[in-house]
Design a protein around this ligand. Structure first.
Ligand code: GCU
Length: 422
């Protein structure tokens, strides 16, 4: 095994061990609908609810909230940098049993000789009615584009960080976290008419506390001091938007029907992406947990102290300062969901995924709902975590089982998009 591959395997094992605590340690636990954590503090005070106009919310509050999330949780999201396509090649003309075409697009972020680059694996459906454009899903993945797209000819992640779906580690990861943690149901996605773009965000900022900073510094060199990113999730969130910069130029893609998808750490990034980028029409944040859809001031699941010490490179250092005082930040995650209003968002959960804290994701959805109402939309329509159907714009989904991505999850994601993006 070469040094790079060995390094990749070590990283993958670290990932496995760190995330493994969820299904292993919590296998007997189940989220409860009783004894919910404290409610989210109100975003709108009663006196504001009657006086605040929808326009006032959109323009002023969102800017203030973005500023607060950047100051206290994620650091600046470098979404002001623009991305351009620098190369494209066809990888497979008859991809996924002939249902699609697979291309690889190389993208540069910002200008200059040191501007960073990354790859998008883009699958587009072959059969599209004349004059129609395909809705787009942009996903971020854990193991590299060749694995998620099941296409070995795609460029591998830099430094051999990826993991193979067929190796021993892949078998273990699939057994614990479900098949679709590694590979997506590409045929089903294409059959339903979606274009599906995948990005491995570790190409831009490594998911590694020792290596992330030097990757972040590459972006800092392109930005004024006050806008320099300080943590990985902010750059991963901007990566969704950079992918959109390029893909919305593609005449086969409908720029008015775009969704971002992320599981767990990428679910945190997907929510943040939707919050700061109004081009994104829908968000799927599956088991996004602490720093995602779940309230920081929660009493259950992963603690703030734990997440900021295990993953110091994910958040602004300011977030870790609240580690023993999770009630103290002046904002909480329901406000991030509120920044999506009135756009649709699916919050995926598992009853035994107590680590990701479904209860407080539900609380956050309740807390965001007044802002949806202000903007003329139904937010969370479900009365209880176990209500399975939602016709509100905030769709809370919970299924049996723990942390991971199953076939059933993807079916639910696609049903949500079928209803919401068409
Ligand atoms: C760890 C981490 C979670 C994260 C998860 C994942 O378990 O504690 O916050 O969501 O990894 O990304 O799979």
């Amino acid at each position: 095994m070469g040094a790079q591959a060995a390094w990749g395997s070590i990283l993958s094992i670290v990932f496995l061990v760190l995330t493994g605590c969820m299904p292993l340690g919590l296998i007997t636990a189940r989220s409860e609908t009783k004894g919910l954590p404290p409610a989210a503090p109100p975003i709108l005070r009663a006196e504001h609810e009657s006086s605040l106009s929808a326009a006032g919310w959109s323009d002023q509050r969102k800017a203030l909230l973005r500023d607060a999330f950047e100051s206290y949780v994620y650091g600046p999201v470098p979404s002001e940098l623009r991305a351009v396509e620098i190369a494209r090649r066809t990888v497979d003309e008859a991809y996924a049993g002939g249902l699609g075409i697979l291309e690889e697009v190389e993208v540069r972020v910002g200008e200059g000789p040191r501007a960073p680059t990354f790859h998008i694996a883009l699958a587009t459906p072959r059969s599209v009615s004349p004059g129609m454009r395909s809705p787009l899903i942009i996903g971020e993945n854990f193991c590299g584009n060749p694995t998620i797209a099941n296409a070995p000819n795609l460029s591998p992640p830099k430094d051999g960080d990826g993991c193979s779906a067929t190796g021993a580690l892949g078998v273990v990861l699939r057994a614990i976290f479900g098949r679709h943690i590694l590979e997506s149901p590409n045929e089903e996605i294409l059959r339903r008419g979606y274009a599906y773009a995948n990005v491995y965000p570790g190409e831009l900022v490594a998911d590694n506390p020792r290596r992330a900073q030097s990757d972040i510094d590459v972006f800092s060199a392109l930005l004024p001091e006050s806008r320099r990113p300080r943590a990985a999730i902010a750059v991963w969130a901007a990566t969704y938007g950079w992918s959109l910069d390029v893909l919305e130029q593609d005449p086969r893609i409908d720029p008015l029907r775009t969704a971002v998808y992320g599981h767990s750490r990428h679910g945190k990034a997907a929510l943040l992406a939707g919050a700061v980028d109004s081009r994104i029409d829908a968000v799927i944040a599956h088991q996004s947990g602490r720093g995602g859809a779940s309230l920081t001031r929660s009493l259950t699941g992963e603690t703030l102290a734990r997440i900021t010490s295990s993953y110091p490179h994910w958040f602004d250092p300011a977030f870790a300062r609240f580690r023993t005082r999770p009630d103290d930040p002046p904002i909480d995650q329901h406000m991030l969901i509120a920044m999506l209003a009135p756009r649709p968002v699916l919050l995926g959960n598992g009853w035994r995924d107590v680590w990701s804290d479904p209860n407080s994701a539900f609380r956050a959805a309740v807390g965001a709902t007044p802002v949806y109402a202000l903007l003329g939309a139904d937010g969370l329509a479900q009365q209880d975590m176990s209500d399975s159907f939602s016709d509100g714009a905030i769709d809370f989904y919970i299924r049996p089982g723990g942390h991971g991505v199953t076939e059933g999850d993807w079916m639910r994601f696609l049903e949500f998009l079928d209803r919401r993006l068409r």
